[in-house]
Design a protein around this ligand. Structure first.
Ligand code: ASP
Length: 410
């Protein structure tokens, strides 16, 4: 079965899982005693967590082999260098723009205003990691850390060096390159196998969410989600339209081909798991495989516009909830920290809220904020992941133009 067709069936199964999960969770929350609800909620959450754990295990290998295979297949070091520099520039620019949206959304919607939470008395702002700490965290100390989600920046760097080393071996290296490419195909296939479980995971998480938090949360959370969704969609429709037009692609085609990975990312909440579907969409947009083979796996890990927007907006929200005034200096710290935080975020469900701790600590905001944001994490994560993967493809269209590749959309 073609990947496009199986993606459609998968989306239908996930949608059914979601609806059944919501209904069942709601029924449980209004009929069963509280103690039984708590037990059931734990079981549902565990069923969802199995999916996340499977993803966590495969991510380092997926990222490693896709990037090593792609870099080892590019014969010219100069071409590779150009691609990497362009990736860096375009990804950072789009993520910075996304954080501006986040700040603007916080100022327009003021979702946390007049709630008036108290900052705990013994609260001391944590010391943020220094620039040196952040730089060194990209270069972990041993090989084992390549196999952890937290070491994904090191995995990327290691994979690129391995790719270059393979090319330098000339003819002999070509054999290794073929093996790397086969291994990358196996990893992508692994993800597709894990995806058979996604409908059950989505069902279980939806049921858990309903039991734990009841019908859609109103008030401050509702306003936050509205602010996040509207500005994320603005970024998606306006900024990505402009980017793909600059890249020479009809935006209608971009949105049509991007719709499948968008929905898969929205429901699975993992950029890594969506990678095979994003690659398929890139193929249909007519982007060269040589290019997206590098930009998309790196993008899945480092380019997260949706997360950057969310982290900036969350910092504004937390400051408003606690009534902490923000000066222009604080706001520029938020922008900077959200760009770095989004790069360091793991491409797994909930990664962005874990990394929110970093953003809050840089700005000196209460870390209780992470717990507060965790309540609505599945809802906010859905949108940020959808935007994250869409940004990778839009940026790749533009990079493709800069590098003189010809787009041949279907
Ligand atoms: N779940 C997101 C992703 O995989 C990361 C995040 O939590 O913001 O792209």
């Amino acid at each position: 079965m073609s990947i496009a067709r199986s993606a459609k069936l998968l989306l239908i199964a996930i949608a059914v899982g979601f609806v059944v999960g919501i209904l069942l969770g709601y029924a449980v929350s209004i009929t069963l005693p509280k103690a039984t609800q708590a037990v059931l909620a734990d079981w549902f959450k565990a069923l969802g967590d199995i999916f996340v754990r499977l993803i966590r295990v495969v991510i380092p290998l997926l990222i490693f082999f896709t990037i090593a295979a792609a870099t080892s297949s590019i014969a010219s070091a100069r071409k590779l260098g150009n691609i990497l520099i362009l990736i860096l520039v375009v990804y950072i620019l789009t993520s910075t723009l996304a954080t501006f949206w986040g700040v603007l959304a916080g100022q327009i919607f003021t979702p946390g205003a007049s709630v008036g939470l108290q900052v705990p008395k013994d609260y001391k702002p944590p010391t943020p990691p220094s620039g040196v700490d952040i730089l060194l965290s990209f270069f972990q100390t041993d090989f084992n850390s390549l196999l952890t989600v937290g070491g994904s920046m090191t995995t990327i760097i290691f994979a690129i060096i391995l790719g270059i080393a393979t090319v330098l071996l000339g003819d002999e290296g070509r054999k290794i390159s073929q093996y790397l490419s086969l291994a990358s195909k196996v990893m992508i296939s692994f993800v597709r196998v894990v995806m058979y479980y996604a409908p059950i995971a989505v069902f279980a998480y939806a049921a858990w969410l309903m039991i734990k938090y009841g019908p859609p949360m109103l008030g401050a959370y509702g306003k936050f989600v509205l602010a996040q969704y509207s500005f994320s969609l603005l970024h998606f429709f306006i900024i990505y339209s402009i980017i793909v037009v600059l890249g020479g692609l009809n935006p209608v085609k971009y949105f049509r081909f991007q719709s499948t990975p968008f929905l898969i990312a929205f429901t699975t909440r993992s950029s890594a798991v969506t990678l095979p579907y994003n690659m398929e969409a890139a193929k249909r947009m007519g982007i060269s495989e040589e290019l997206f083979g590098i930009t998309l796996p790196i993008g899945a890990t480092v380019n997260m516009d949706g997360t950057a927007l969310y982290q900036a907006l969350s910092a504004m929200f937390i400051a408003q909830l606690f009534g902490i005034p923000l000066t222009p200096y604080h706001i520029s710290l938020i922008v900077l920290a959200a760009v770095v935080g989004s790069v360091a975020t793991a491409a797994i469900p909930g990664g962005g809220t874990v990394m929110l701790a970093y953003v809050l600590s840089v700005v000196g905001l209460p870390l209780e904020g992470v717990g507060i944001m965790l309540v609505v994490d599945p809802i906010t994560d859905a949108m940020r992941t959808a935007i994250n993967v869409s940004g990778d493809n839009a940026s790749t269209v533009l990079i493709s133009r800069f590098l003189g590749y010809k787009l041949q959309p279907q």
